[in-house]
Ligand binder design. Structure first.
Ligand code: SAM
Length: 269
């Protein structure tokens, strides 16, 4: 039966074979790897991926689509909101070849996950932050997203795209914009351009308090056109910060490494 796209689940299904092929080639799946696809939908990416991998775990919120996907002999289907999925738990279940409902409490062995997906654009930022919480069990991520979001993720300081998202992701991932994807590649077509991003967790990330980093960056970018003295300056005073930091700049002029050092020195105080 034909599936009608559901707007509330951000459903825009890929139909362009050359784009599907280009995405799968960028991901470069190899048999035996532990991969998880978020939002498989009608399996446009799922099928070529599982053909190369042999087995794939998929997370799909739409009950009707999950029913169809369960008929596939080489897929493990997690019918859930991805924001509720514990990827750390999933990495151990995958390593053990356990189904999602099994109890892995005996397990010690866990395998890092490759995570992919053409994400529902309405919740793409919450998904990125949810995965950041599980970054230690992730090998890499390949996502189709709104192009404008990817532009912000990879933006450099002193550009109009450099934002909270750039800082919050760049301190932990190496990221590259791989591919432009026009609306005509989907059914129904979205109103925005899309792109594909590769995100590889840094091998030796700085040690820092993520919650403190999130708060600091939120305060800094709350008035991005103004110099930091009033916004970040008074917040740092409240934290009892005694160190040196040039507040005569705007948030978008501060490199990621300086935000990292500031958080680290605040944690020491
Ligand atoms: N992968 C398919 C493709 O490329 O054609 C579908 C992509 S569509 C943009 C997004 C998919 O994510 C849909 O299948 C939708 O049902 C699913 N989805 C939406 N919200 C979700 C959520 N919170 N958790 C898991 N899947 C979700």
């Amino acid at each position: 039966m034909k599936h009608s796209a559901r707007k509330r689940f951000g459903q825009h299904f890929l139909t362009d074979d050359s784009i599907i092929d280009a995405i799968v080639r960028s991901i470069d799946p190899v048999a035996g790897q532990s991969m998880v696809e978020i939002g498989p939908g009608l399996a446009a990416l799922t099928q070529p991926l599982v053909e190369r991998l042999g087995h794939l775990t998929v997370i799909e919120i739409d009950r009707d689509l999950a029913v169809r996907l369960r008929e596939h002999p080489h897929l493990s289907v997690v019918e859930s909101d991805v924001l509720k999925v514990d990827f750390s738990d999933l990495s151990c279940r995958q390593a053990l070849g356990l189904s999602f409902s099994s109890d892995p409490s005996e397990s010690k062995s866990c395998k890092k996950l490759r995570v992919v997906g053409n994400l529902p654009y309405n919740i793409s930022t919450p998904i990125l932050f949810h995965l950041l919480d599980h970054v230690d069990v992730i090998l890499d991520q390949h996502f189709m997203l709104q192009k404008e979001v990817i532009d912000r993720m990879v933006a450099q300081p002193c550009t109009s795209d450099y934002s909270r998202l750039s800082v919050m992701l760049q301190w932990r991932y190496d990221m590259s914009n791989l591919l432009f994807v026009p609306p005509s590649s989907f059914d129904p077509p979205p109103r925005v351009d899309s792109a594909v991003v590769r995100m590889v967790p840094l091998a030796n990330p700085p040690q820092l308090d993520i919650k403190l980093m999130a708060k600091l960056v939120q305060v800094a970018f709350s008035q991005r056109r103004k110099i930091l003295r009033n916004s970040l300056g008074s917040w740092l005073d409240d934290q009892g910060f005694q160190g040196a930091f040039d507040l005569q700049r705007r948030a978008e002029e501060v490199p990621v490494s300086e935000y990292v050092h500031l958080v680290q020195s605040l944690s020491k105080d």
